[in-house]
Design a protein around this ligand. Structure first.
Ligand SMILES: *Cc1c(COP(=O)(O)O)cnc(C)c1O
Length: 383
């Protein structure tokens, strides 16, 4: 595959000579109408019917028992970790190949990450790598799982379903149970992705979804905590609403809460986007198929969903065996106005996490050097 034919192919797919971004939002439904309604009613802030509607729509779509809307995905993750009982000084296992928000959220709980490798199939946290790390470094006492070297409690495991490809959840849940560790899913990228027919984000007690501008649907900024039980859902709502004890005019708060509620004006966008999410998912699946055919038989591998999963194909990705070729494609395509980018720099390379504990990161390091994300906005015309 040469750079020129790739750029031509993407230009032809999107039938445009303009700049092609990696992922742009699409507003073709009731977005204008609903947002205007919030302005006309003056209910633009954190109370209003669209917030409730949006939460119920996400519950219906994902099968989560309770969904609680937040200001963004990072806030949803922060809340999910809080609700899962992560405390100051705890360790949390996650992947080095992720967006920084995963680590920021646990950092702000006063916890520290342990970086473990991803699977080369799902690009998401590898259950075998987690088990190997724990077998070598952890022990279970009556107070839970602890790191043998530092004595810290290992409280949670946070897999991130990279680019929408679900990790092997059955195997990961087995490891969580064996070691007495809580599962919290970073499902920020995986709205519309299923593991063996069940929606991602419904396996952990608490999970986080993001509706940032580049995600599968957007509310401008926004997120959602998915909760596995009613009681946890109610507490999540309460803690993201400044822990205010309900009263018609008195202000009383009985613990330090978060002000993380999603404003009604953003939820209005979310309701309109949920009306068309099935179309987005269909178009993204077609686009992925289209790319798969293009790269078939070439030296470049197009990343496809694992056989046990149905992915939303949020961000399409290719893996180039030759690093120089990878860098050449990045340079050529970006210069030609077709946005492509390498995966995030691994978390242990960032100054604030460079001293974090970590296991073997062979797959993560390989992907960091060989992977490219390619344009993934749903294509409207038939391809
Ligand atoms: C987008 C994203 C988040 C949350 O991002 P926000 O911009 O705060 O909504 C968290 N984790 C991952 C992996 C993400 O891609």
């Amino acid at each position: 595959m040469d750079c020129n034919s790739f750029v031509d192919f993407v230009r032809d797919t999107y039938s445009t000579n303009e700049f092609i971004p990696l992922h742009a939002p699409t507003f073709s439904g009731n977005e204008n109408k609903y947002v205007k309604e919030t302005i006309d009613s003056t209910f633009v802030s954190s109370v209003g019917k669209f917030v409730d509607d949006f939460e119920r729509k996400i519950e219906a779509f994902t099968g989560a028992v309770k969904a609680v809307a937040t200001v963004n995905g990072t806030a949803a993750l922060h809340t999910a970790l809080y609700m899962a009982g992560v405390e100051r000084g705890d360790l949390v296992i996650t992947q080095a190949l992720t967006f920084v928000a995963t680590c920021n959220a646990l950092y702000h709980m006063g916890a520290e990450p342990i970086f473990v490798d991803v699977s080369h199939v799902s690009l998401s946290l590898c259950p075998i790598a987690v088990e190997n790390y724990l077998a070598e470094n952890a022990e279970v006492t009556e107070n839970g799982c602890h790191h043998k070297l530092t004595g810290q409690r290992i409280k949670a495991i946070v897999p991130m379903h990279t680019f929408g490809h679900p990790t092997e959840l059955d195997e990961l849940i087995f490891v969580c149970r064996k070691w007495g560790i809580t599962l919290v899913e970073d499902a920020a990228e995986s709205l519309g992705s299923y593991y063996k027919g069940r929606h991602t984000g419904t396996f952990g007690d608490y999970s986080a979804v993001s509706f940032n501008g580049n995600k599968i649907i957007t509310t401008g900024g926004g997120g959602m905590v998915l909760c596995a039980n009613e009681e946890g859902g109610q507490r999540t709502k309460y803690i993201t609403t400044t822990a205010k004890v309900p009263h018609s005019y008195e202000f009383f708060h009985d613990e330090p809460g978060f002000n993380y509620r999603m404003p009604n004006i953003n939820a209005a966008l979310g309701c309109a986007q949920m009306e068309v999410i099935d179309t987005f998912l269909e178009q993204k699946r077609k686009l992925a198929c289209h790319y798969k055919e293009f790269f078939a038989g070439s030296d470049v591998k197009f990343v496809t969903e694992p056989e046990y999963a149905k992915s939303n194909y949020w961000l399409n990705a290719i893996v180039c065996p030759d690093v120089e070729k990878r860098n050449e494609i990045l340079k050529y395509a970006n210069k030609a106005g077709v946005m492509t980018r390498p995966v995030w720099q691994l978390m242990h390379r960032l100054p604030m996490f460079e001293n974090a504990l970590r296991g073997d990161l062979t797959n993560s390091e390989y992907l960091e050097a060989h992977l490219i994300n390619i344009p993934s906005t749903p294509v409207v015309r038939s391809i």
